[in-house]
Design a protein around this ligand. Sequence first.
Ligand SMILES: O=C(O)CCc1c2[nH]c(c1CC(=O)O)Cc1[nH]c(c(CC(=O)O)c1CCC(=O)O)Cc1[nH]c(c(CC(=O)O)c1CCC(=O)O)Cc1[nH]c(c(CCC(=O)O)c1CC(=O)O)C2
Length: 333
Amino acid sequence: MMRQAGRYMAIYRKLAKKHPSFRERSETTDLIVEISLQPWEAFHPDGVIIFSDILTPLPAFGVPFDIEEVRGPVIQTPIRSEEGLKVLHPIDLDKLNFVGDSLKILRQEVDGKAAVLGFVGAPWTIATYIVEGGTTRTYTNIKSMCHTAPHALRALLSHITEAIAEYVVYQVKAGAHCVQIFDSWGGQLPPHMWELWSKPYINEIVGIVKKKCPDIPLVLYINGNGGLLEKMKGTGVDVIGLDWTVDMADGRRRLGDDISIQGNVDPAYLFSPLSALTDEIHRVVKCAGPRGHILNLGHGVLVGTPEDAVARFFDVARSFNFDSVEEKSKVVV
Ligand SMILES: O=C(O)CCc1c2[nH]c(c1CC(=O)O)Cc1[nH]c(c(CC(=O)O)c1CCC(=O)O)Cc1[nH]c(c(CC(=O)O)c1CCC(=O)O)Cc1[nH]c(c(CCC(=O)O)c1CC(=O)O)C2
């Protein structure tokens, strides 16, 4: 489940009081392992996601950041010109030992009972933070850079691409069974601009990773991807994540049966009565079809989500029987 660990869990909030810095929590091996295992111990999902952030590798290639409680991610010196690019250097994976060490320990801890999942941000999405200086609602600086400083933006995206490709391979070598690429803000681009400014860099990462680790499944997630599904398939990833604004049956029709899909229960259903949540999980699974579907939310667990709803989500998923639910829905219809 996306954002499987974190603020919705009381046990995480308690630990965060003791270790108030997000960077400490996400850059200390013991804490990463402890937090990653919190949801696994509570709900026994099929995947254990390393507790980290898409921004975690930034300091290892020259971009310091912090996560502030109200503002979220903050990059003190945004890069918006050729001059700004001078701070960048090749990724130093030694500075990310805590990620590799945590993945290794997680593999031992779950001992084959769950998949260990790594993740990275896509170049466009990481660049939105580096150019805007943090979270944005408008993306005006980076979108205008596409026209006012295209060479600088391309150089920044290429630099991030090289770093992230190495970082994916590093996560796989350390023990990740599967890696999800978050192009969370790719859906903020008009589709023809996504093809120009995001897709080529994802393609490059997929090409490099497939050459070095051909058996590792790659998942691509974009928030608001209804206009991009077919284009996403063209990146060569193995699984496409759908957010909840795409009808699952429509998504399956558009993507075909030769690719796996992930998603796409609206995370807000976890605030609804448990019967409504159960019906929605059944509906989504039926619409996705009998094969090639990873049941998940359409985006991360929201802050404030009741933990018993998350438990219910996993229970329903585990007890699901594709054929008997079809029978039941036939009777209801
Ligand atoms: O999500 C927020 O609202 C908090 C701020 C924020 C963070 N990274 C960020 C954002 C969004 C933004 O403002 O741009 C930036 C960020 N981090 C991430 C994404 C990708 C995405 O969710 O679409 C994004 C971009 C988009 C987005 O947040 O929706 C990925 C991420 N961060 C994180 C995790 C791990 C996890 O939650 O288990 C994961 C994903 C792992 C997965 O689902 O496979 C961890 C994280 N990062 C962060 C926090 C909150 C700070 C804290 O615990 O003290 C937390 C913990 C939590 O969400 O409870 C900081």
